[in-house]
Ligand binder design. Structure first.
Ligand SMILES: C[S@@+](CC[C@H](N)C(=O)[O-])C[C@H]1O[C@@H](n2cnc3c(N)ncnc32)[C@H](O)[C@@H]1O
Length: 260
């Protein structure tokens, strides 16, 4: 008898990413399984990160911006709403994510592409954004991604990269992350987010949501998601974490760079 053994995808595999977009919908508390649309700490992460390029995005006219590993384009949406004259290109490894973007965001030019590959002509992008993805790559692919971004970046362009810190062995060590980036780019600015306390607050809600609620769109799921939704609380806890825990409360690093 033939048994159809369906392997559960592992962290960082292509199918694992695809699963995160399985139930993607357009509602306020919908989106992907990371909760980029409904977790206060994700919304705050996007805003803090965007602050590093906001003025430049606003000042450009008809510029070209590339969002690598765009997911459902919540961050690209921020870029677009700040200045609609720019052309925004987005890529992601997940076919589910790109299908969603193609159906719901005609304002972006989207394609499936797996880092370290970046198939755009040399020196064509004014800004490249690469958020929360490099830690999924092998050391070699991480380096290659940085070099390939450099090839498509215009001489006076900017690259915005983010990653996790204080998050354990699976993720990049902060010093090493900065060192690798400095090998290829000049760093313009580094900023941090301090989500430690907000992460603690939302942990029980996420635990129930992820372990006991199959249909993540029902009433109970919406209540749990709503409990994680407050951007104002996330901002406040971010300030408080910084005050109480200092360096140890850091959760994310944002690095703005330019060509050497
Ligand atoms: C944690 S999400 C971050 C999404 C978005 N950049 C943000 O910051 O909100 C990671 C994203 O990276 C994508 N991804 C993972 N590995 C990738 C690869 N090798 N090439 C392109 N995209 C990748 C996933 O499909 C997912 O959309």
């Amino acid at each position: 008898m033939q048994v159809d053994e369906k392997k559960t995808p592992e962290w960082g595999e292509k199918e694992w990413f695809d699963q995160h977009f399985d139930g993607a919908d357009n509602s306020n508390l919908g989106g992907d399984n990371w909760g980029h649309r409904w977790r206060g700490n994700q919304i705050v992460r996007h805003k803090h990160c965007f602050a590093l390029i906001k003025n430049r995005v606003k000042a450009m006219h008809g510029g070209a911006i590339l969002d690598l590993a765009c997911g459902l384009c919540e961050f690209s949406g921020l870029i677009y709403s700040a200045n609609r004259t720019n052309k925004i290109y987005v890529t992601d490894i997940s076919e589910n994510a790109i299908k969603y973007v193609e159906e719901n965001h005609k304002e972006f030019s989207a394609k499936v592409e797996e880092l370290p590959h970046i198939d755009f002509p040399p020196q064509t992008m004014d800004i490249i954004v690469c958020l929360e993805v490099l830690y999924y790559l092998s050391e070699n692919d991480f380096r290659l991604s940085l070099e390939n971004m450099n090839k498509v970046l215009k001489p006076n362009g900017r690259i915005l990269i983010s990653g996790k810190v204080n998050a354990g062995d699976r993720y990049n060590d902060e010093e090493n992350f900065i060192r690798e980036i400095e090998r290829v780019y000049s760093i313009v600015k580094i900023d941090y987010l301090y989500n430690y306390l907000e992460n603690q607050f939302e942990a029980p809600f996420l635990f129930i949501l992820n372990n006991f609620i199959k249909n993540k769109k029902g009433v109970i799921a919406r209540i749990l998601k709503f409990a994680c939704h407050s951007e104002r609380r996330a901002e406040m806890l971010n300030l408080l974490t910084r005050k109480i825990y200092g360096e140890k409360g850091k959760t994310h690093i944002f690095i703005l760079c330019k060509k050497k």
